[in-house]
Design a protein. Structure first.
Length: 191
């Protein structure tokens, strides 16, 4: 015969203390991750990954399916977009979701632009971001710091923008290289 475990009564003081400690540890972890990210962005060889497969033809750029025409896809909930490990807020779901278009560009330009954006994000988190990348170079870096990303390759941003807005509930897409410039705006749920 099994018995039910006794429920432990937690006092309101204990709950408040645990919440306060959780908040402090979350902030400390974000500060640690931010410092690690800054050091990594200081490395001039960060995006230097070159993989060659001699004698093998490169694969064609994949065609991203137009899920925006599918009535079932329009009713699906948006994918939860993380805040990233370098920032901390009490309730990240209250922040808007922004698409950040990352064009294929020289490594020094990419490092400088990411550094500026991520310092602003860590200092005062303003959004949950989905990085829309033309190149695979920044993806390992973005993944290490728990950012959402999509690889579009040579596909035009205009072709995938509505799909991204539907999939992630993106309100606007901004250009990484031109801070403040809004490339596209969307309603809360495109349609």
């Amino acid at each position: 015969m099994t018995t039910k475990p006794d429920l432990v009564a937690a006092s309101p003081g204990l709950v408040r203390r645990l919440l306060r400690e959780n908040q402090q540890m979350g902030q400390r972890l974000a500060q640690y991750e931010f410092g690690k990210m800054q050091k990594e962005l200081g490395n001039k060889e960060l995006f230097d990954l070159e993989i060659q497969f001699p004698g093998i033809a490169p694969a064609r750029t994949p065609r991203i399916p137009p899920v925006t025409l599918d009535p079932v896809a329009r009713r699906l909930p948006a994918i939860n977009v993380p805040l990233g490990s370098i920032a901390w807020v009490q309730n990240p779901q209250t922040l808007p979701v922004l698409g950040i278009f990352v064009p294929d560009c020289p490594q020094a330009t990419l490092r400088k632009a990411l550094h500026g954006l991520l310092i602003a994000h860590a200092t005062e988190p303003f959004a949950r971001m989905v990085f829309i990348c033309e190149s695979l170079r920044p993806i390992p870096f973005l993944g290490r710091y728990k950012f959402a990303y999509e690889y579009i390759g040579a596909t035009a941003l205009a072709e995938v923008a509505e799909r991204m807005a539907l999939r992630y509930a993106i309100t606007q897409i901004r250009d990484l290289l031109q801070p403040g410039s809004v490339l596209l705006r969307f309603k809360s749920k495109p349609g």
